[in-house]
Design a protein around this ligand. Structure first.
Ligand code: CMP
Length: 136
């Protein structure tokens, strides 16, 4: 059965700052993802707080929101069969130290905060996150 899905991907400030945008996009395309929509933006801290609201009780929430709003990011809608899981696999573990060879975070991540990419963690959150950035 075909299970075409869309997921939201963000290339985070640490990766945009190091000009890794194209290399990371090539990794997605190499794994068969279509980039349906994309835009480079810088968001306000208040928007980052909304985006990461699920983490609001976590000790790292404030730093996380400061960080995501600290510089330009690239937000993309990726499409592929089972895109949500496939993107999580391609990104690798949240902490680059734990990420496997061949993953984006292993290759480019600097730390658990500066881990280069964000990806939706479920189909349900993918819809919410895509709407967050691309609702017309
Ligand atoms: P991301 O996939 O964007 O989702 C939330 C982010 O919080 C995560 O990537 C990490 O960059 C960041 N973060 C910082 N500290 C932690 C932590 N202890 N556990 C999980 N995520 C963390």
């Amino acid at each position: 059965m075909n299970n075409l899905e869309q997921t939201l991907s963000i290339i985070k400030p640490d990766a945009v700052e190091r000009n890794l945008e194209n290399e990371i996009k090539e990794m997605f395309k190499g794994q068969g993802f279509l980039i349906l929509k994309e835009k480079k933006i810088q968001i306000e801290k208040s928007e980052a707080e909304k985006f990461y609201k699920v983490h609001e009780t976590k000790p790292f929430y404030n730093d996380l929101c400061d960080y995501l709003s600290s510089g330009p990011i690239v937000v993309m809608v990726l499409e592929k069969e089972n895109a949500v899981l496939g993107n999580r696999e391609l990104m690798g573990a949240t902490n680059p130290k734990d990420a496997q060879e061949g993953t984006i975070r292993k290759k480019y991540g600097i730390s658990i905060d500066k881990n280069s990419v964000h990806g939706s963690d479920s189909v349900e959150n993918a819809k919410i996150e895509i709407d967050f950035f691309f609702k017309d």
